[in-house]
Design a protein around this ligand. Sequence first.
Ligand SMILES: CC(C)(COP(=O)(O)OP(=O)(O)OC[C@H]1O[C@@H](n2cnc3c(N)ncnc32)[C@H](O)[C@@H]1OP(=O)(O)O)[C@@H](O)C(=O)NCCC(=O)NCCS
Length: 231
Amino acid sequence: MFYCVQKYRGTGLGKPLFQKVMDIVGDNNATLTGVVKMSAKYASDFGFDKVPEHWHLFSSLKCADVVIPDKVSEKYTTKLWSDVDYEALTAYDRTICVRDRKKMMTNWFNLPDTFTRVVFDESGKIVGYSTIRLVSKNKMSPAPFYADNLEAAEVLLKDLLNMIPNWQQYASFGFLHPECNKDPLKLLEKFAKNKESVSSATFIRSQFTKKLIPTPDQKVYALADCAHQFV
Ligand SMILES: CC(C)(COP(=O)(O)OP(=O)(O)OC[C@H]1O[C@@H](n2cnc3c(N)ncnc32)[C@H](O)[C@@H]1OP(=O)(O)O)[C@@H](O)C(=O)NCCC(=O)NCCS
């Protein structure tokens, strides 16, 4: 997170603060997600020049334009995260992220106004999970949202929306997803009254100082957290 109160922006407060943080980072590999306007600055001034080919798009849908599909795949089922073997769930997470996020994940899941489900295939194998939070501006934020394929993602999104009381009262929700993965857009279109209701724009880019850490982009429908996670 890099933020300065609006009236003081551009007056030279932010850069020395950022430099202090980089002094702590030292020679370690550091990562951030840079917004379009700031991305080149992070690369040129602070060495965040190892980047994947793609940007991340923010693709969203107003809740007023959502129609939950009657029919989704019967090959997949979901459970509440608390009813799932946590070792198995965190092992799945390790197929997404090289970091051990065991402690971090429970922190996400236990936040107030937060809904997390896990999706399974017919053999009982975990094939995705997602958390939706009720956030500011009356929005819902699915983050993270991971699924091995679009069919599993549809079942996961349907079950998650259905467990949120009066989800229709919220303004919108959207996925922060790698541009090279088109499935999040297809997922939103499947839940939209028409394709035109889905909007999409380039938003951020993952950037590293020393080494680009690869991610399984085909499974990533939404980053876990756009300030602190590269996947
Ligand atoms: C980004 C932010 C924290 C920078 O803080 P700041 O106090 O305004 O930064 P500074 O005045 O020290 O300027 C640092 C440099 O960034 C540049 N910069 C700052 N905001 C910028 C913007 N929106 N677009 C392009 N360049 C910008 C400045 O021109 C300056 O460049 P220089 O080193 O060549 O002089 C502040 O603009 C902010 O809060 N923005 C909104 C939140 C945001 O976008 N955060 C970044 C998310 S990746």
